[in-house]
Design a protein around this ligand. Structure first.
Ligand SMILES: Nc1nc2c(c(=O)[nH]1)N[C@H]1C(S)=C(S)[C@@H](COP(=O)(O)O)O[C@H]1N2
Ligand SMILES: [Mo]
Length: 386
């Protein structure tokens, strides 16, 4: 029985928290509600928060996370041009550009190559309060991207790999006083070093089953540790080039404008959306008698976590426990803090993550110089009433 399955079985069995510790299972290993627990509502999320604002868009209800892996039919999903339909048997991945040998690979060709599995969680760079539901965690199966590129034989002049989805749309491209209407594919690029790194994966399965249409069937790129936009779905072509790729979803829609102090002077910089900034948020508070369990999620670029801390009202920061079931490098991380002796009334709860590189999750005030809304990893105070 997998960890996931055993949790399910335990939950289905309806064992109370006390029963779990009798079995030698720390209760915080089981994120779903134990029978003796009740959910303490957040006053900043309505009970009926809309999870699907369009037929092709879905967010997760963070209050109801049940396991380390998000089931495929609950995985958050978003994209710009809807879901294309691809005939998997006729599908070919094209590899072109600065290669010795252009490739045209079927899904079976890819399945015959080395198969790796990797747990990776990610969030959309637009993920934000109050729900923070544009994030999920999955076990991906696929072939390492570098193996496919090596099979094609990369030329020394190759600097960027551009990944095109089969989805396309009509776009107006503005240039100075002119506007041009063109049809383009969704495209994103990775620099050479990243495209040839160990981790990026051409994934054909999620949680052991072939990708669903929403998740990019039959093939998608997974770049562990990067924001969701890097994970090109319905991947149909990889083009290696020397020039920088400046397509809409690379150069214009996925940018951050922020003020940075450089040599004591405030300078405005525009940066691309790449690796996830360290973030944590409180996903759920449960109550069992006088004992409150604060449960949350941390996401990041794979840098180990030094600590996640929780603060109640204006009190001190308390170190939260990290769930070892989420210890895999690129998995999202679960944290739990047990709070006893809560007084009746309204309380504000907040978490912050610090990674091993010393980066501390900033407060909203500290992020004030970030003007655009993407990459909001600010500390998120939540309110509950006891
Ligand atoms: N082909 C294609 N891939 C895409 C997108 C898209 O519009 N087209 N959107 C990206 C964005 S912005 C995000 S956040 C993730 C979402 O992946 P998911 O739907 O599997 O959660 O897909 C990325 N991959
Ligand atoms: Mo996104």
């Amino acid at each position: 029985m997998t960890k996931q399955a055993s949790r399910r079985a335990i939950l289905k069995g309806g064992l109370a928290a006390a029963g779990l510790s009798a079995l030698g299972i720390p209760e915080w290993m089981v994120p779903a509600l134990a029978e003796s627990e009740t959910l303490v509502p957040f006053t900043d999320i309505p009970e009926s928060f809309p999870l699907a604002t369009a037929p092709d868009r879905r967010i997760i209800d963070v209050r109801k996370i049940e396991g380390v892996l998000t089931p495929a039919d609950q995985f958050f999903t978003t994209q710009h041009y809807g879901h294309p339909v691809i005939d998997a048997s006729a599908f070919r991945l094209k590899v072109s550009g600065l290669v010795g040998r252009p490739l045209s690979l079927s899904i079976d060709d890819l399945r015959r190559m080395r198969r790796v599995e990797l747990v990776a969680g990610f969030e959309c760079s637009g993920n934000r309060r109050p729900m923070q539901g544009l994030c999920s965690n999955g076990r991906w199966t696929g072939v390492p991207l570098h193996l496919v590129l090596e099979q094609a034989g990369v030329r020394p002049s190759f600097r960027e790999a551009v990944f095109f989805g089969a989805d396309r749309g009509e776009e107006e491209v503005e240039f100075r006083a002119n506007k041009y209407t063109v049809v383009q594919q969704f495209g994103r690029s990775l620099p050479r070093e990243m495209a040839l790194a160990r981790e990026p994966l051409l994934a054909y399965a999620l949680n052991g089953a072939p990708l669903t249409r929403a998740q990019g069937a039959p093939l998608r790129l997974i770049v562990p540790g990067w924001y969701g936009v890097a994970n090109v779905k319905w991947l149909s072509a990889i083009h290696l080039q020397e020039a920088q790729y400046l397509g809409k979803f690379q150069a214009r829609w996925y940018r951050t404008l922020k003020g940075e102090l450089i040599d004591g002077e405030l300078k405005w910089v525009e940066t691309a959306i790449t690796r996830m900034q360290p973030k944590s948020f409180i996903a759920r508070v449960t109550r069992a008698g006088d004992r409150f369990t604060v449960f949350g999620i941390a996401l990041g670029d794979g840098t180990p976590i030094r600590s996640v801390e929780v603060r109640i009202d204006d009190g001190p920061w308390h170190e939260a426990a990290l769930d070892p079931a989420t210890a895999e490098k690129y998995s999202w991380k679960f944290f739990t803090y047990v709070w006893s002796g809560a007084a009746p009334g309204e309380h504000t709860l907040v978490s912050r993550v610090t990674d091993a590189a010393g980066r501390v999750q900033p407060t909203a005030e500290e992020l004030q110089n970030k003007k655009t809304f993407l990459e909001d990893n600010s500390q998120f105070p939540r309110k509950i009433v006891i």
